[in-house]
Ligand binder design. Structure first.
Ligand SMILES: Cc1cc2nc3c(=O)[nH]c(=O)nc-3n(C[C@H](O)[C@H](O)[C@H](O)COP(=O)(O)OP(=O)(O)OC[C@H]3O[C@@H](n4cnc5c(N)ncnc54)[C@H](O)[C@@H]3O)c2cc1C
Ligand code: SF4
Length: 329
């Protein structure tokens, strides 16, 4: 499988990217580390006429923390830098754990946080060669009219399968987007659409420049649990990110749970709010774990079964909450 022809442009400032997008519009697509986009282009899933390489935007490769303003991460920061940051490990352990599980060391060295948050959704019937997909006549997401996962459905259920998004959702992150129309900042949750085809609210010409986490979320204990077939490299089949702030008496002051790889969008589990102000209670943990599968609804989009992935969401939520609530964190 070879790459389709394309023109490669290498701007070195956000302003130049904006100028290029003003003229190119939907003819162009961004590439950062290329670890997701290049294999997808080889599979014929994308064939942009122009690729705008963002790696020259050195100003967007940074991790800054201020106890008033919180954490700010440039979108071109590599996943390795995030996973290796002592600051992130100390103040935002859930993000550190999630970053450590992304792909493999080589892919983490190339892959960026911006690319990780803007990943295409994934499906067993979509992430295949053109020949493989063609033998089924394509599907709603690419070159066809039906969904092989949910026949009869008019929407696509491909799963968002990034690891850092649930951690950043649990940390109440916001993202900054820049385009020819200006700059805007939105809660990370508003970047996603629960439709595997549409997937992002971001316009094609908007570049994600920075990710911010409010200072109030620094120092919370956190953990990330991930189901995958090969522990050394695979995308998640289910991922659960949990953060918790505890009171001096050990009760839970506040907790949030983020889910990935089981819906077209990463999601927060509202039932986590029930933990606020509560002393450790195994029955309540079980309840919240059960509630989590009302939100996480895996379908036949991956190599594992939906029953097993649904079961593992509950197991992960239960284990993570128990560890954070009863542990010394
Ligand atoms: C074998 C394999 C295993 C993998 N396993 C995992 C895994 O376990 N977990 C996981 O989360 N990911 C996994 N990945 C995917 C990928 O390596 C990471 O998600 C990586 O962080 C993507 O970043 P990137 O910079 O390479 O993105 P790219 O491939 O460059 O881009 C991905 C998408 O984001 C867009 N984009 C990139 N940057 C921006 C920006 N700043 N603004 C707007 N749009 C942008 C691109 O246009 C493209 O649509 C895996 C990939 C492979 C090949
Ligand atoms: S969920 Fe359905 S429409 Fe979406 S990629 Fe899979 S088979 Fe195609």
């Amino acid at each position: 499988m070879s790459l389709p022809p394309f023109e490669l442009l290498r701007p070195d400032a956000v302003g130049s990217v904006v100028d290029l997008m003003r003229n190119l519009g939907s003819d162009a697509q961004f590439i950062a580390g290329g670890t997701d986009l290049v294999p997808s282009m080889k599979q014929g899933l994308f064939s942009p006429r122009v690729l705008i390489d963002l790696k020259g935007l050195r100003d967007l490769d940074f991790i800054r923390f201020d106890s008033d303003r919180g954490l700010e991460i440039g979108a071109l920061t590599t996943i390795s830098s995030l996973a290796d940051s002592a600051l992130v490990a100390r103040e935002f352990p859930v993000l550190h754990e999630a970053a450590k599980t992304v792909a493999s060391p080589l892919l983490r060295n190339m892959g960026t946080l911006g690319g990780n948050l803007c990943l295409d959704t994934r499906c067993l019937y979509y992430n295949q060669s053109e020949f493989w997909r063609g033998s089924l006549g394509g599907c709603i997401k690419k070159d066809g009219a039906i969904c092989h996962v949910a026949p009869g459905s008019e929407t696509c259920w491909a799963a968002f399968s990034g690891d850092t998004a649930p951690a950043l959702l649990a940390l109440q992150a916001t993202v900054e987007l820049v385009s020819p129309r200006g700059r805007r900042e939105i809660p990370l949750g508003e970047l996603y659409v629960n439709d595997g085809l549409v997937r992002l609210t971001k316009a094609a010409d908007e570049i994600l420049t920075a990710i911010r986490v409010p200072a109030a979320n620094a120092g919370w204990s956190g953990t990330y649990r991930k189901l995958r077939i090969r522990q050394s490299i695979d995308y998640p089949l289910a991922g659960v990110a949990v953060v918790m702030r505890k009171r001096a008496d050990g009760a839970c002051a506040e907790a949030r749970i983020g889910l990935t790889a089981v819906n077209p969008a990463p999601k927060l589990i509202a039932a986590a709010e029930r933990l606020s102000g509560q002393a450790y209670d195994a029955a309540l943990v079980d309840d919240v774990a059960r509630e989590s599968i009302r939100v996480g609804k895996p379908l036949k989009t991956s190599a594992s079964t939906m029953e097993y992935r649904r079961h593992m969401i509950q197991v992960f939520v239960r284990r993570a909450l128990t560890e954070l609530w009863r542990g010394k964190h």
